[in-house]
Write a protein of this length. Sequence first.
Length: 479
Amino acid sequence: MEHSYLYDKLLKYSQTDYYGFHMPGHKRNKALMNCSLPYELDITEIDGFDDLHHAKEILKEAQERAAQLYHADETCYLINGSTAGILSAVLGCTSKGDRILVARNCHKSVYHAVYMNELEPVYLYPQFYAEIELNGPIDSESVRQALKQYEDIKAVVITSPTYDGVLSDVKAIAKVVHEKGIPLIVDEAHGAHFGLHPYFPDNSNKKGADVVIHSLHKTLPSLTQTALIHMNGELIDKRRIKQYLHMVQTSSPSYVLMAGMDECVRMFLDNGQDCLQTYVDLLEETRKRLKGLRHLKLVETEMYDRSKLVISVKETNMTSRQLHDILLNKYHLQMEMTAGSYVLAMTSVGDTKEGMQRLVDALEEIDAAASDIKETDMEHFKENGHFSLPRLQGVYSPAKLDRLLRKKGDIQTSSLPWKECVGYISTEYAYIYPPGIPLIVPGEKITEEAAILLIEYSEMGFSIEGLEQEGKMEVLING
């Protein structure tokens, strides 16, 4: 059977004399613009090129290829990133006002879906590894206990792997969730490479998850904003999820982005093992050298995605922000994320031997010049520097709080400095981006621990996002 690939067809079409009296406005006139963007490939839904929202031809075939690669029952393209998939999955698996079980370290898009469907969230906090200061996995037994306590839960959402590469036992969690006859949604955005090589774990489609979301652009050679949503089994209404996809995705999807997804899938179906093996060999050699650092530490957990390089500064005399700035300003190496006591370097099949060598050389040089942290400093760090998610009491769900605020009445709010917010109920989100996991959610009562954490992050140079005023948080003062 001869396959049709979107990029091939776009390229062929760009070389014909067809003239478009249709969108987009650049009219594929590359000579008009003094830049090298692929205007000649950028079209709209014209004859012969299918329609993503009603795919029957080339786009249908492309999505079926993606399902084949990831062992999914059905796969849909996401051209608004994983966010569109997460929104559609949560909205499509619940009804307005339902109760949902959510890992507290989920991405902010999960919280937005909870708000949009006015859901009642029950939060599961991940384990926390204090010795390496990483949020750990979600435990299947904690899922079981929550489902036993709240028998009206309609769906479960977890993130695995986390931004830092930590994995939960999706297979065990799926078994527990399915015993209740409800679906498991896995935000596997950072695991688009899973299942493509034995060095990495299988993806969650093969572990029993009902809905799985992958960001192709995060760890595979695909253009920014491209992702996939996979749907499996009979516990979900696939048609309903796709209805929400039609709502949250643009009605004018980019053919350039979709061609990029198709080429990415094509690459791994045709000869992905060769380039993956080269990458895996390079990655393993890099990790081996980094394990030899004396002061800086390469850290990971028992269940882990080894494509992530987490470099801890906990046993040095520098902060994670200082390490980030040295790598950026002196060595011109841009890290993916800076967190409490570590920096994160993301690797992928697109990395080169030269690039990996530069990172290792830089870290070895920094490590050689680093000093061990003083004992008194270490004691202070152990006492104060935990950086785990604060466990807060949810007084209102975000939707209930919103209704309360819109009614006005006698309800009053005020923006207070973080130190003065303790004991009050937040009306705003507070999160570090990346990774976009809320430290505080609207409707939660702010503890001293949470306030101190905001202050510590700010003093370390992190930007606290989601707040209207810097250094302050809006709270209910009589609610």
